[in-house]
Design a protein around this ligand. Sequence first.
Ligand SMILES: C[S@@+](CC[C@H](N)C(=O)[O-])C[C@H]1O[C@@H](n2cnc3c(N)ncnc32)[C@H](O)[C@@H]1O
Length: 259
Amino acid sequence: MSTSTDGSQASAAGIYNYMLGGTENSAADRAAVAMLTSMFPSVRDVSRANRGFLLRAVREMANAGITQFLDLGSGLPVAPNVHDVAREIQPGARVVYVDNAPAVVAYNRATVDGPGVVTIAGDLTDPKSILDDPRVRATLDFDRPIGLITVAVLHFVPEDARPLLATLRGALAPGSYLALTHACSDTMPPEEAAAGLAIYQRTSNPVNLRTRAEIHDLFDGFEIQDPGVVLVADWRPVAGDIYPERAHESLGGLGRLLP
Ligand SMILES: C[S@@+](CC[C@H](N)C(=O)[O-])C[C@H]1O[C@@H](n2cnc3c(N)ncnc32)[C@H](O)[C@@H]1O
């Protein structure tokens, strides 16, 4: 399958899925990965390190008592997914997956949706429509803490992301969390940034890098938890991680909404 309309254009979801070893990708996605890999042989590590952060952050939130998650820019499923990891710790955990790629939404619905797991079509640039969606409201209780996930998605949002996050934050109960990763122009070698930007420019998801300071600012209103906003592989690494790869392209962090 392809996540672009007719499969002729690579997409962020398909490229990422292929780099994680998934099967839900098109020839255009695989060609984009081949091009990236020819310039940067370690490029797969970028996706894998990011996915490792996501799963560790979900585990940490679940261990902190979070039983409901709103995953924005969820991408194609690659087991274990957010709901799998959350339910190892919180068996009744509920998860809403949101993506703006119609093919991602259709595939997720067919393969992962079930009791307490719902996928909706939604665009992060219109957070109010996500928050007002009746399926979101029916699945998540906004009077109780929620784990908000914006992992490897805000670099596909060209405009100032702070107002979007402020709208989302305003809907959350104290004790909620924000797990976030973002491609960083300060930590990526300039020649890699230039090549990556050029390749993604031809996909359905052009990339917009942010500086370390700009990524830090995305946590406005949240108390950043240890060890801070760091390279994703350096964020609470664990022995035996299924994604032990290191990469210097993305920063990640976990913030907690204080009362
Ligand atoms: C690189 S994947 C990340 C998947 C997952 N969050 C992870 O880190 O494992 C990025 C996903 O964000 C989606 N996306 C990009 N822009 C978006 C937007 N404005 N609103 C919602 N989803 C978006 C893409 O379709 C893609 O599936």
